[in-house]
Design a protein around this ligand. Sequence first.
Ligand code: CU
Length: 111
Amino acid sequence: MKIPVAAALLALASILPVASHAATGTAAGAAPVASANQPLVDGLVKRVNRAGASVSLAHGPIPNINMPAMTMLFKLKDPSWIAQLKEGQRIRFSAVLANGELLVTRIEPAR
Ligand SMILES: [Cu+2]
């Protein structure tokens, strides 16, 4: 009986650190996972449609919506953001697909 118990303890000892490490990794990853859902990507403002609160962006790849780099039109989640945008401006932004439309959910100045 001694050997199986020791073996079981050894097995537990070897499993537990792995499990707790994995749990720590998940907890630490919780905040980044939220932003990984809507990562910031590079954009260059090509055209600003103030009346329509939409903006044409030459953008880098947008992994969360499986979109390669291209130039296209986006709506803004908050139409008031349009006032901050001008043609030729470089930004970082997040976008989602909502009700069949591409929506900019966040804008930051380019780094
Ligand atoms: Cu696109």
